[in-house]
Design a protein around this ligand. Structure first.
Ligand SMILES: [Zn+2]
Length: 329
């Protein structure tokens, strides 16, 4: 247990890049709808030539510096969130930066953001953690097996058939967590052709989370593999690639882009190879390439990751530079 507990989430929600930049007297100019650029203020920046390598998105509350020597001096990290920025400026650990920011907030050391500036993401829009968990889930139900999941994978993700009461009765339930690992919803997949295919609780905002993000973060790489659905995630994980997260659809939301930019330096898009998936790959690639490096996995036309065998997934991802996959636990 750390001696002084700091709530990263509340620090990041309360402190904007705008506030921190003004604290360090960093001036940037607008170059796009949500992109500001200028001279890099970091102590790791040594190149005199790159006068415009530092870039900030105030909407996503993230920064990056594209100078190769600056990136190398930061152990290969291209950018990060507001806490990471303070850690670089102060040359301290992330934990210490969060502690300092937290202290600054309570002691009003940081200047307030200028009036009319972007508000941080409001708490009201967050999905609240659930106060219950479902019990008696059958991880070895025939539907789960028919989708190619091993009992180990099903148990790991908590996926299985639910025979209890309520709107998920008679469906295969999938627990969804926020980036801090807090359970925020269950999705229920029909096991026959019953519509809707997936049920989610009323009011749940799936565009505000990425499925499996908390585990992808824990895999401690700088790269995330982004897929569309739950079963794509399960199969990719089962193939030995644990740094996988899902959009729960084909559209990348602003909040999801922000989450990816906050936790990773690189993203591998492995969306479905149908019309919607290809359009989504193009759109997501465009959005994400402004904050981190993007690689695209091309599946055979008409296929999607959940239909592939472990070896096929491994082959598709194997050639890409995203570190050695962690062994199955
Ligand atoms: Zn720099």
């Amino acid at each position: 247990m750390p001696a002084e507990w700091v709530d990263f989430k509340s620090v990041m929600a309360k402190v904007s890049m705008e506030t921190v930049l003004s604290h360090y007297d960093v001036r940037l100019r607008r170059v796009g709808a949500d992109e500001f650029r200028g001279k890099c203020p970091l102590p790791t920046h040594s190149s005199a030539r790159s006068n415009d390598s530092f870039s900030v998105s105030f909407t996503r509350n993230v920064w990056s510096c594209r100078s190769a020597s600056c990136i190398a001096a930061r152990s290969g990290r291209v950018g990060g969130n507001v806490v990471g920025f303070v850690a670089e400026m102060e040359r301290c650990s992330i934990q210490e930066a969060a502690r300092r920011l937290d202290r600054s907030l309570t002691e009003n050391l940081l200047p307030r953001a200028t009036p009319g500036s972007k508000e941080p993401v409001p708490y009201a829009s967050e999905n609240r953690p659930l106060s219950f968990t479902l019990r008696n889930i059958d991880h070895q139900h025939s539907y789960v097996i028919s989708r190619g999941l091993s009992a180990e994978t099903a148990r790991y993700f908590g996926v299985g058939y639910y025979d209890g009461n309520g709107f998920l009765r008679g469906r295969v339930v999938i627990p969804i967590h926020n980036e801090y690992g807090k359970l925020v919803a269950y999705s229920g997949r029909s096991i026959d052709e019953a519509e809707p295919k997936y049920r989610l609780p009323a009011g749940f905002r799936k565009s505000h989370v990425l499925f499996n993000l908390h585990r992808a973060i824990q895999s401690r790489g700088d790269t995330v593999i982004l897929v569309e659905g739950f079963f794509d995630t399960f199969k990719t994980h089962q193939a030995g690639h644990h740094n996988v997260a899902a959009l729960m659809g084909s559209k990348l939301s602003d909040r999801q882009a922000e989450l990816i930019g906050t936790y990773f330096d690189q993203v591998i898009l492995m969306l479905d190879a149908d019309k919607a998936g290809k359009a989504a790959t193009a759109a997501a690639g465009k959005t994400l390439s402004s904050v981190l490096s993007v690689q695209i996995v091309e599946l055979a036309s008409g296929t999607q990751p959940d239909q592939l065998a472990s070896e096929e997934i491994h082959q598709l991802l194997g050639g890409l530079d995203h570190g050695v996959p962690t062994p199955d636990r």
